[in-house]
Design a protein around this ligand. Structure first.
Ligand SMILES: C[S@@+](CC[C@H](N)C(=O)[O-])C[C@H]1O[C@@H](n2cnc3c(N)ncnc32)[C@H](O)[C@@H]1O
Length: 237
């Protein structure tokens, strides 16, 4: 039976998991380091795939005044709004429903873009991921920063798993359906070379791309929520 890569993100249980993470997990230490290093607070931030509002809440609490948080999933948008409103009634208005592959914002209307916790890699194919990269590139101003993560299948903590993973000949390397408490979740794990090539193809220059464990020692809640991943900090060329 054909599996629907969007189904997982449309379920209430999934959205509740990410809304709880907004409150319990918050910004990772590693995210905080790279956000502080590359995203001046004066800039306008676009968040893609905001889930339950974990990153937008952290940014607002850290003093970023101009953040637009988006997700394609209506239930994620509703719960992110509720999480934000619980902290400050005026913050809920910064969450909007948008598909990252087809953003409706004007060209060059943001200074920074964040697609946190492997959200870009949840898109169901390379073509979808490139469409999102191009759409994000279009809405960033020249020199604007794009920060995201992708699980690395070649280096770091996940390499051993991928090395012994048997792959049917018809499956694209790195593509994987994971079982979950709700519908199975699709995620692509990339290599640094592959993601660097896709960034170059869509008009971005990589500034740095460390593993999360190379940036900071994330606490136990973060490690349980997210494991290790690779950050990409790229600039619109
Ligand atoms: C792994 S979750 C991360 C949630 C949140 N950023 C966090 O770090 O807690 C991936 C998110 O990407 C969203 N997403 C998936 N496909 C998307 C698309 N085409 N456009 C926008 N968001 C999408 C999902 O609904 C989900 O909220």
């Amino acid at each position: 039976m054909e599996r629907d890569p969007q189904a997982h993100w449309l379920e209430t249980e999934t959205a509740l998991h990410y809304a709880r993470a907004a409150v319990r997990v918050g910004l990772w230490a590693s995210e905080r380091v790279l956000i502080e290093r590359h995203l001046p607070k004066s800039g306008r931030v676009l968040e893609l795939g905001c889930g339950g509002g974990r990153v937008v809440l952290g940014l607002r609490q850290a003093g970023y005044p101009d953040v637009v948080a988006t997700d394609f999933s209506p239930i994620m948008v509703s719960l992110a709004r509720a999480v934000l409103a619980d902290h400050d009634a005026s913050w809920e208005h910064c969450v909007e429903q948008q598909d990252a592959t087809d953003l409706s914002y004007p060209d060059a209307s943001f200074d920074h873009a964040i697609f946190a916790f492997n959200g870009l890699m949840c898109l169901p194919s390379r073509d979808h991921r490139l469409a999102a990269m191009r759409s994000i590139h279009r809405v960033l101003r020249p020199g604007g920063i794009f920060l995201f993560t992708a699980s690395d299948r070649e280096k770091g903590a996940n390499a051993a798993y991928w090395a012994k993973e048997a792959r049917p000949a018809d499956v694209i390397p790195g593509d994987r359906w994971h079982e979950s408490d709700t519908s199975p979740v699709f995620i692509h794990s990339s290599t640094e070379q592959e993601t660097r090539a896709e960034l170059a193809e869509t008009g971005f220059e990589v500034i740095e791309c460390p593993l999360s464990t190379e940036v900071a020692a994330d606490g136990p809640l973060v490690r349980e929520f997210a494991g290790e991943t690779r950050f990409y900090v790229a600039k619109k060329a």
